[in-house]
Design a protein around this ligand. Structure first.
Ligand code: C2E
Ligand code: MG
Ligand code: MG
Ligand code: MG
Length: 283
């Protein structure tokens, strides 16, 4: 008897698994139409210089809101976009959206060093990526030096010719940051050779500051600085984390302590509050 049951379990899905499969199928069906139905939007999170307290830029983060499903988290729908091959058109849409937004901010007198956009390994492996990127910059008339592409440490390790890919991006004139740093196993001698501008320390290390994780964060800051990268801490949520990072001369930070990701109008307001204030920078 037990044997037949085991056999059944092997052949059929449990009700829970069926529900999960149903949900994934539903999401995929809706995701295929999301771009044309204008269900995607971009939110922006301020990047703060920890020495001057000025807002030096934003990270653009994709959002998907479907009338029936509501808001689906990026960690769920981005892997799906990648599996469905949709990350290429959607990624292109994000780049266009962010470049034109950055241009429009500049026209309003909102001048930031950079707009940072996440790119997936699939986009980077796409032969026409560099050419299309140039086209987007030309069409939106944004100077390439204002755009930064965020590439995770995992992606750097995944793509065979990372070094050539990054070099071709640098030729276009965009900046490059390495995202979620510390979560992969890249060799430092290899990293040193790559044309990287900013190293973004993964949030998990910043979380650990509350549990005796200072040593590791401190080490990563020193590694980044020795490699001549700008170092940014992701996911700063508390004043204690901020004070520690500032003391360790971490260059930049982002996180809920400063602001959650917000829409473009709110960014303009935050910029005016932070960068146009007459207060001298905190020491
Ligand atoms: P990421 O690039 O590491 O982005 C940082 C994530 O941390 C964002 O999550 C942001 O909302 C969140 N975050 C920032 N500060 C805090 C904080 O203080 N506390 C907490 N708990 N979270 C914080 P989000 O927006 O859910 O994005 C998740 C991931 O999805 C991103 O991680 C990125 O890998 C990916 N992603 C988002 N937008 C895009 C996109 O346009 N293209 C691609 N390829 N990936 C994207
Ligand atoms: Mg990122
Ligand atoms: Mg990150
Ligand atoms: Mg992260």
């Amino acid at each position: 008897h037990a044997k037949t049951q085991g056999g059944n379990q092997f052949c059929f899905n449990t009700p829970n698994q069926n529900m999960e499969i149903q949900r994934i199928y539903q999401l995929e069906m809706k995701l295929r139409k999301a771009l044309e139905n204008r269900e995607f939007s971009v939110v922006y999170q301020p990047l703060i210089n920890l020495t001057t307290n000025q807002m030096v830029g934003i990270e653009a983060l994709l959002r998907w809101n479907n009338p029936e499903l509501g808001t689906v988290p990026p960690n769920e729908f981005i892997p799906m976009l990648e599996n469905l091959g949709l990350i290429i058109p959607v990624g292109k849409w994000v780049l266009y959206e962010v470049c034109s937004q950055m241009k429009s901010w500049q026209e309003q007198g909102i001048i930031m060093e950079r707009a940072s956009v996440n790119v997936s390994p699939i986009q980077l492996r796409d032969k026409s990526f560099a050419w299309e990127l140039k086209e987007i910059l030309a069409e939106t008339q944004l100077d390439a030096s204002y755009l930064e592409l965020e590439i995770t440490e995992g992606t750097i390790l995944q793509i065979k010719d990372s070094s050539d890919t990054l070099s071709s991006l640098k030729e276009i004139g965009v900046k490059v940051s390495i995202d979620d740093f510390g979560t992969g196993y890249s060799s430092l001698s290899y990293l040193k050779k790559l044309p990287i501008d900013t190293l973004k320390i993964d949030k998990s290390f910043i979380d650990d500051l509350d549990a005796d994780g200072e040593f590791l964060v401190n080490t990563i800051i020193h590694i980044g600085k020795n490699l001549k990268f700008k170092v940014l801490a992701e996911g700063i949520e508390s004043i204690n984390q901020l004070l520690y990072l500032r003391e360790q001369k971490c260059n930049e930070g982002q996180g809920y302590f400063f602001s959650k990701p917000v829409n473009q109008e709110e960014i303009a307001l935050i910029y005016q509050q932070i960068n146009r204030s007459d207060l001298p920078p905190r020491k």
